[in-house]
Design a protein around this ligand. Structure first.
Ligand code: ADP
Ligand code: MG
Length: 634
């Protein structure tokens, strides 16, 4: 590129289709909270300085003698512009095109799918989906970005756009590295051309940022009768990293604002914990539990959210080694005094200090949640709705804390008439019947399926509570969690339920007699169903249903088998045990059937028991024909 022909380097490029859509949205509907553009731009400037500081650890030349990093905000009443500048890492031409012209983020699609048309809510999504830069167009009808990448021989570029589908990029002149963003305000946005207003917004949004955010000093000009700008710069924020301050010096509002900055969230956090840990390993942790689950909570590759600093120098985002995966919803900062500044992800994996940090942080979060559950049950319920399914993963992932995690779990239960998960193991244990020494549960695809399970009938009759589990993670969790408080967890859908302890003498006698009387019938059923079942037997667990299917206590539950199959995994074949209710009228009817009909009735009993349990039939059409034939006979 020759210096004499700068024009040849100018190009006009189209925005990626999704950016266009986003810009359109910003400009036309996201008006209710305009000032967030300042938060987003200052936050980007701060990130750019963090990046430079980090790169300079290896390449000190990048600083070129200018290590006094700062962010500056200026306004020009006559030109009707606001300019936000930083001396951070800057952007090359390619970076400017990629970062400001496309949305590489996988989150963009979700962003659009979550739009509601409710402006207030939609604005909140902007930060969360990392599309912050474009918020400039809420107040500006033209944005100019003059930027130069840090380093020897880098050329400056000027990126400009009116936000209407295209942007231009051209070679430019700029003294020093960094980025300077000029917003040409829309006609009715003059309110931001005011030093007092800008200072106010900046203080609110950037007090926690560790860099100085500066504006020109202003003094009253008697002659003109207005504030007049001076040459000197002054800081408008405290400019020390929030987590390094004493707890007593930080207001709730400041904690919340810092959370919004690091989490890209618009809402306040639900709770936080801030501690300086001293001892074998020394670090500061400031960890937050958000109010709402992020859109990518279930994405295994999603960002994890805890930022790592070493002695106040930013090292990396989403350092996943700092927290166990089941706490991936936690956001925050960990600042270590022990780790080397050039720490890499590989080193993090091996480090004993990191292990100590991870264990310490997990304990702090569990304490925070226990405190919430105990003292602010309503907030805890909110938390559980959003993150309960993730926390349950901890029962398998963090054996050391398993009992504490179990204590935090909440379930739907036959004790309540609601799908709300609000019963703890401790609640359950407190209500156990005399002679009961087990915690009973049922798993199913949905709350409705669980709460209508035929397996619950005898428990309902005897007034024994059963926990109703229908989250996807439950079966997996239960393969790790076997007991609570010394009481084993038992599925009511598995064979060999030891209900004897709760049966009275009369019931026991009745059951023994019935078993004797029904022996021939059971044998006949067994012979007719052949290898479709593992066994047929009489049960005392049913009241309203004629039959149900169960599996042996040591076998995989049918619900789990179906989940494995749905996930494309090989699942062993488990034949059901058919249990029949000797007191049911339908059983009496089947007993009277002639041989030809008997097979039809037997199959019907088995098929309807499987349907009630949530299974799908291999041959539903034949089942329907069978039902119709028998109905017509009746
Ligand atoms: P996010 O900050 O979540 O990445 P933004 O839309 O706010 O998303 O910014 C997009 C990208 O543009 C940033 O990731 C960064 O690479 C680049 N960028 C924005 N502002 C600056 C800046 N002041 N200096 C350097 N790069 C910047
Ligand atoms: Mg940003």
């Amino acid at each position: 590129m020759s210096q004499t022909e700068p024009v040849s380097t100018a190009e006009t490029l189209g925005f990626q289709a999704e950016v266009k859509q986003l810009l359109h949205l910003m400009i036309h509907s996201l008006y209710s909270n305009k000032e967030i553009f300042l938060r987003e731009l200052v936050s980007n400037a701060s990130d750019a300085c963090d990046k430079l500081r980090f790169e300079a650890l290896d390449q000190p030349d990048l600083l070129q003698g200018d290590s006094d990093l700062h962010i500056r905000v200026e306004y020009d009443k006559d030109a009707r512009t606001i300019t936000i500048s930083d001396n951070g890492v800057g952007m090359s031409r390619e970076e400017a095109i990629a970062n400001l012209g496309t949305i590489a983020r996988s989150g963009t699609k979700e962003f659009f799918s979550q739009l509601t048309g409710d402006k207030q809510k939609d604005t909140q999504l902007i930060g969360q989906f990392g599309v912050g830069f474009y918020s400039s167009f809420i107040v500006a009808d033209k944005v100019s970005v003059l930027t130069r990448r840090a380093g020897e021989g880098q050329e400056a570029v000027l990126w400009e756009s009116t936000g209407e589908g295209e942007f231009t990029i051209a070679a430019a002149e700029k003294e020093g590295r960094g980025t300077s963003i000029t917003l040409h305000l829309r006609p009715d946005e003059d309110e931001f051309l005011d030093g007092w207003r800008l200072r106010n917004v900046l203080r609110r949004y950037s007090d926690h940022i560790s860099l100085p955010v500066q504006m020109r000093k202003e003094e009253w000009d008697e002659e003109k009768g207005e504030q007049a700008k001076q040459e000197e710069w002054e800081s408008v924020n405290q400019a020390n990293a929030l987590w390094t301050r004493a707890k007593s010096e930080i207001s709730d509002e400041q904690y919340a604002e810092f959370y919004k900055h690091i989490a890209h969230d618009f809402e306040d956090p639900l709770a936080w914990t801030h501690n300086r840990v001293e001892g074998r390993s020394e670090y500061t942790q400031l960890l937050y539990v958000p109010k709402k689950a992020p859109f990518d909570l279930w994405d295994r590759d999603a960002r994890r959210g805890v930022k790592l600093y070493v002695k106040r120098v930013f090292i990396m985002d989403d350092a996943e080694q700092l927290l166990p995966a089941y706490l991936r919803f936690v956001r925050g900062v960990i600042d270590s005094a022990d780790l080397p500044l050039n720490v890499s992800r590989e080193i993090l994996q091996e480090s004993r200090d990191v292990r100590a940090i991870r264990e310490g942080s997990a304990k702090r979060i569990l304490s925070l949640l226990e405190d919430l559950a105990e003292n602010k049950p309503e907030q805890y319920a909110e938390f559980w709705t959003q993150f309960g399914q993730v926390l349950k993963e901890g029962a398998g992932e963090d054996m050391g804390n398993q009992a504490r995690i179990a204590g935090l779990m909440r379930f739907a239960s036959t004790h309540n008439d609601t799908a709300l998960q609000n019963v703890s193991f401790a609640d359950y244990v407190g209500r156990m019947k005399e002679g009961q020494d087990k915690i009973y549960y049922v798993t199913a695809e949905s709350y409705a399926a669980a709460s209508h399970s035929p397996h619950l009938e005898v428990f309902r009759k005897k007034g024994i509570e059963v926990l109703l589990l229908s989250d996807r993670v439950d079966e997996w969790m239960l393969s790790y969690l076997r007991e609570f408080d010394g009481k084993s967890l038992v599925s009511v859908a598995k064979g060999g339920l030891d209900l004897d302890a709760m049966a009275d003498e009369e019931e026991k006698k009745h059951q023994a007699e019935v078993a004797e009387t029904f022996k021939p019938f059971v044998e006949r059923l067994q012979a007719t169903l052949g290898d479709k079942v593992k066994e047929v037997r009489i049960t005392a667990r049913l009241v309203d249903s004629p039959a149900c299917v169960v599996v042996d206590a040591n076998e995989l539950s049918p619900h789990l088998l179906r989940m494995l199959q749905a996930a494309g995994q090989e699942a062993p074949e488990v034949k059901p045990i058919l249990e029949i209710n000797p007191d049911h009228a339908l059983i009496a009817r089947v007993q009277q059937a002639e041989d030809a009909d008997f097979e039809e009735w037997s199959l019907l009993l088995l098929e309807q028991a499987m349907l009630a349990e949530g299974a799908s039939l291999q041959d539903p059409a034949t089942f329907v024909k069978r039902v119709n034939r028998l109905l017509l006979q009746a």
